[in-house]
Design a protein around this ligand. Structure first.
Ligand code: ASP
Length: 572
């Protein structure tokens, strides 16, 4: 049907007879019988000069044949790839009519998102969405090639699966053949890939769709895609190496730039220096440890298990109401309070409602530790260590963090996560990653005495403050796995009922193994410079889990429910 794509024509094609196909991006009258028609396909736009084009309308689908020629002197458009040329002597064939689009097909559209999603097929015509989905394809392709080059084999695992204890609420699918029983959609192929290691696949990967019935956010959808991988006879360093290779190859495929090797931070350093396990390293503003300085202070509010400072450069002139807003924010985040101090004067001094309670040594200690200069603002939180860290970490992000897609790309590995993140209401530990994670070899003895102090062999990859994925070295010995289940309060009977098949498999010779999963939606969003993963997913759900295009989710007909053995209870 066509000889060329619209955006690929250029000066060298002058004099050539061509046929192009696409959508009418724009039509401008030129005198009574002549019109300029900009025809668009996924490669760009070409101007066609058409006689008697009265019926040509926006978004119609046309085939235009004609001869490429230079635009007349002075009419070239330097902002357009094809701006020097046009197609003349055009013949126009209408391939499909089109109603006026619900919003202009242009990058700077400000249509409501629900309108964009209802007409997603039009929305995806916009160059930005074309670019985003093509970046996504390039990322998938580069990840696949990198994994294959590393000797990984792609294996598909079931979507109709069984519950796994990875912490997320799961989607259930009723069984028609066994009414009253349910499959579960996989929140990840975790157990399946571990079984593949027992089967001797050695290195497995999959570009896997995962499903979690959890509240949607900018970086979370019900369904998302992971580069899921697992390997046998490997150490943590091996896994970090595989993932780095694949992710950096994907980034290179998009940006054309190589990234230096990825730094590592231990979880406890990340929490201390950045107040989060997802530190954004594109900007400084590290938290400053002030606990020792105030160990025996007269100012009671600062005699706390942890005192953290944060320097906000040049914010010394912030108004009282802005500072009050920061105090409210810190309290809303869980701190008992927040102290602000302005550095003033030549040899700086601190100005604050509480300075009068501090000794000169404490004031100069704060100035030295934070490096505050006149005109700067110092914030201080004194609290339990975890509270002081996370509140200051959040304030650091509030005050300093650029949009996620703004360069440079700063990757960091977070290693040595704690095995358990907290105790639940019944005093039982809650796994920080998932219960298949191998404890740190030096910390086994602490499992019964001080479980919260046990480190794990798990690791996260963070990019520009977003968690890109997690993984771990797994437990491959049934005795250790049973012990962890018991520590988690999962009885032997329950473990046998829920995961008997996994523990059973381990009894047939499980190799030591470990793996990882990279969130592809998030990786693509950062590389495409998008804050919301919906912008890199062809047909995403809205915040309320709906698809305005298809109307899903929808009620099922009573017949269909009956087939599944389901009767709906009245809504309470
Ligand atoms: N299954 C984990 C997840 O989806 C990743 C892993 O441990 O490999 O987060």
């Amino acid at each position: 049907m066509r000889t060329h794509y619209c955006g690929q024509l250029g000066r060298p094609d002058v004099g050539t007879e061509v046929a192009v196909c696409g959508w009418v991006a724009r039509r401008r009258e030129h005198g009574e019988h002549l019109a300029f028609v900009d025809l668009r396909d996924h490669t760009g736009v070409i101007q066609c000069v058409v006689d008697g084009a009265h019926d040509v309308r926006s978004e119609q689908v046309l085939r235009i044949t004609g001869v490429v020629r230079l635009r007349p002197e002075g009419t070239a458009n330097p902002n357009l790839g094809t701006g020097e040329i046009e197609i003349g002597d055009c013949e126009v064939e209408l391939l499909a009519a089109a109603e006026p689009p619900p919003f202009p097909v242009a990058d700077d559209v400000d249509a409501d998102e629900s309108v964009r999603l209802r007409h997603r097929y039009v929305d995806l015509r916009r160059p930005r969405m074309q670019r985003n989905l093509r970046i996504r394809a390039a990322v998938n392709s580069a990840l696949r090639s990198a994994m294959e080059a590393l000797g990984f084999v792609e294996v598909e695992t079931p979507l109709l699966w069984t519950p796994t204890p990875e912490g997320a609420r799961e989607f259930a699918v009723p069984s028609r053949l066994q009414p009253g029983s349910f499959y579960v959609l996989p929140q990840s192929p975790q157990i399946a890939k571990q079984l593949l290691m027992v089967s001797g696949f050695d290195r497995y990967f999959q570009i896997a769709r995962c499903l979690r019935d959890e509240d949607l956010r900018a970086d979370r959808q019900f369904e998302f895609t992971q580069l899921d991988l697992e390997a046998s006879f490997v150490t943590q360093d091996d896994v970090l190496g595989f993932v780095s290779d694949a992710v950096l190859a994907a980034a290179r495929a998009v940006t054309g730039e190589s990234t230096p090797p990825i730094d590592r931070l231990t979880w406890s350093d990340a929490m201390d220096r950045y107040g989060t396990d997802k530190p954004d390293l594109r900007f400084g503003m590290e938290l400053v440890e002030l606990t020792d300085l105030f160990a025996s202070t007269e100012f009671k509010a600062f005699r706390a298990p942890c005192v953290k400072g944060l320097l906000v450069s040049g914010a010394g002139d912030w108004s009282r109401s802005r500072l009050d807003g920061l105090v409210d924010r810190a309290k809303a985040l869980g701190a008992k309070g927040l102290v602000w101090m302005k550095a003033v004067g030549g040899a700086p001094e601190l100005e604050s409602p509480i300075t009068k309670f501090l000794s000169p040594a404490e004031i100069s200690g704060i100035l030295t530790a934070t490096g505050a200069a006149p005109g700067d603002l110092v914030l201080v939180v004194a609290d339990e260590r975890r509270v002081a860290q996370t509140v200051m970490g959040q304030l650091r992000n509030d005050l300093g963090r650029p949009p996620v897609g703004d360069g440079p790309y700063r990757y960091v590995w977070i290693v040595e996560f704690p095995l358990f993140e907290a105790l639940d209401d019944e005093g039982r530990p809650v796994p920080a990653h998932h219960p298949f994670t191998m404890p740190h070899p030096d910390d086994f003895d602490l499992l019964d005495t001080d479980p919260l102090a046990v480190r794990s062999q798990s690791y996260d990859l963070v990019l520009n403050g977003w968690e890109l994925g997690s993984g771990s070295i797994r437990i491959h010995r049934p005795d250790i796995q049973e012990r962890i289940f018991r520590t988690l309060g999962i009885s032997d009977e329950e473990a046998a009922a829920r995961f008997g098949f996994l523990l059973g498999a381990f009894r047939y010779g499980a190799p030591p193994h470990g793996g990882f999963a990279v969130g592809i939606d998030r990786l693509v969003a950062v590389l495409a410079g998008e804050e919301n993963i919906r912008e890199v997913i062809a047909f995403p759900k809205t915040q309320s889990g709906a698809d305005p295009l298809t109307g899903a989710p929808k009620p099922l007909a009573t017949r269909a429910l009956a087939d599944l053995g389901i009767r709906l209870a009245p809504r309470t």
